[in-house]
Design a protein around this ligand. Structure first.
Ligand code: GDP
Ligand code: IMO
Ligand code: MG
Length: 460
């Protein structure tokens, strides 16, 4: 059977940890979209692993697949594999031949476009990993795919078409020198050909490339279990998120089918678990109706650190939850849990279960709040409006819950739901009822053992 893990909010909900938790009975863990913009954390035996491309199942020795929906930076991939090997992990990672390759020029273009947008305060606050420009070239039918790296003739042909176009874009549209960027050879066909045909050789030698859909269907025929590991989250989905403050792929459950070659019927027959952080965080720009305080450079219209409402609560949650970006180190914006957002996410992906993380982080607050609905133009609405401008105008209708104190979370995790502080139970019950979805796991700390497991999805 299959279990699909989907971020229900704005990314960084703790997907990596839940893949690791439920991955014990999986055989293969597959990423279906995104690239090294992801930063997934697995804490095992007190050791912390931050993974941006290698699927989180690698820490338990599971086969990892990067599906056709991913965009792959080979430099990052090989660096990550090497550093895991240095730490005694032996990852077995296969890459879809249909996946697209992130080239250094994509990173350069990501940076240029963000700079240009920032002149009119329109920057997204991307991770700078070249994600958007690579998906643009994919949709424009001029991208380089992993399979192209295996055939030097095809690779050369692809580069000879793509690179001059991008040089012209940098020179003629942006008025910049393509030979003077942070990657010196980013727009040099010969240098790119050398480097990327080398990656092709390494991929071939290590037998890392696969026809992902075919490979995964064989895995299924053998009766093995598959976890689909979503990256990012619903509200930064290019279709269902708050465009244009989004990533360029589909983290929602539909992406798991398109991004792997396994049919939607199979995925829908399995479990689809929405990963929820008990509050909200956001890295980058865009609206956030329940935001507490703010982060200069990311919160729209927020000029000076400390000027926002509820700044103390924001700082408390940020420090307790260690809410600093895994990929970029940026402080994350913090807000109360937003139910209209979660209703939207539950509908889009059809969650069969929820994992709610960071219940421990909220401990110590006198009261915690949940946004039940929004006020927009004199009306009360229960789900997210489709336009980002309208979402930005939404005022949260907040409901207050009694807080809970810090307890010995490791021992709570060993017991059952009743061992959670009463306030936390009331909070979780409310969320589960409102979304009409059962809770499968409650995160009470970053470690594998610090999760209270209520349902094991592969054992249903
Ligand atoms: P992902 O991108 O969704 O995999 O999440 P990240 O790894 O970017 O961010 C989640 C962070 O919270 C990581 O540092 C995790 O180790 C940590 N974490 C996950 N679940 C919990 C939890 O229940 N409590 C606490 N305190 N930390 C958690
Ligand atoms: P994980 O998988 C949180 C955000 C960026 C930016 C927007 C677009 O760890 O949850 P991009 O570089 O993708 O073009 O940036 O999306 N973003 C994430 N935020 N977690 C992530 O991944 C993210 N990946 C991208 O901050 O606002
Ligand atoms: Mg992350």
């Amino acid at each position: 059977m299959t279990v699909t893990i989907v971020g229900a909010q704005l990314g960084d909900e703790g997907k990596g940890g839940i893949v690791d938790l439920f991955g014990d009975t999986a055989d293969v863990v597959v990423r279906y979209q995104g690239g090294d913009n992801a930063g997934h954390t697995v804490v095992h035996d007190g050791e912390e692993y931050k993974l941006s491309l290698v699927p989180s199942g690698a820490i338990r020795g599971k086969i990892g697949v990067l599906g056709n929906g991913c965009v792959v930076n080979l430099r990052t991939l090989f660096d990550e594999l090497d550093s895991l090997r240095d730490r005694g992990i032996e990852p077995d990672v296969r890459v879809a031949e249909r996946a697209h390759v992130i080239l250094p020029l994509h990173r350069v273009l990501d940076g240029i476009e963000e700079d240009v947008k920032s002149e009119s305060d329109q920057e997204v606050g991307t991770t700078g990993r070249g994600i958007g420009p690579t998906y643009e070239d994919k949709a424009g039918r001029r991208g380089v795919r992993v399979g192209d790296l295996l055939d030097p003739e095809v690779l050369r042909e692809r580069l000879e078409y793509l690179v001059p176009q991008k040089r012209a874009l940098v020179e003629d549209v942006y008025g910049l020198d393509p030979d003077d960027t942070e990657y010196p050879d980013a727009f040099d066909v010969e240098a790119l050909f050398e480097e990327y045909s080398d990656y092709g050789r390494r991929l071939r030698e290590e037998e890392m490339t696969v026809n992902a859909g075919h490979f995964l269907s064989q895995v299924r025929e053998d009766g093995q279990n598959i976890v689909f590991e979503g990256a990012q989250g619903t509200i930064i989905d290019i279709d269902h998120g708050n465009y244009p403050y989004v990533t360029s792929s589909n983290p929602t459950a539909g992406g798991a089918a398109a991004g792997t070659g396994i049919s939607p019927g199979v995925i829908g027959n399995g479990e689809i678990i929405g990963i929820v952080k008990a509050y909200l965080t956001r890295v980058g720009s865009g609206p956030m109706p329940t935001e507490l305080g703010g982060v200069v450079g990311d919160t729209p219209g927020y000029e000076e650190q400390g000027e926002g409402d509820n700044e103390e609560i924001a700082t408390y949650i940020r420090e307790e939850g260690d809410e600093y970006g895994t990929v970029t180190g940026r402080p994350r914006r913090v807000g109360w849990l937003d139910l209209p957002m979660l209703r939207h996410a539950t509908r889009v992906s059809g969650f069969t279960g929820l994992a709610v993380n960071h219940i421990d982080t909220l401990a110590g607050l006198d009261e915690v709040k949940i946004c039940d609905a929004y006020e927009l133009d004199g009306e009360t609405i229960e789900t997210m409006p489709s336009t980002t401008a309208q979402w930005g105008d939404c005022e949260p209708v907040l409901q207050s819950f009694e807080g809970w104190s810090d307890v010995d979370w490791a021992s709570v995790a060993e017991k059952d739901y009743d061992a959670l502080p009463e306030g936390a139970q009331a909070y979780l019950d409310y969320v589960s009822d409102e979304l009409d979805t059962p809770i499968y796991a409650v995160g009470v700390g970053p470690g594998r053992e610090e999760s209270l497991v209520l349902e094991r999805p592969f054992e249903q």
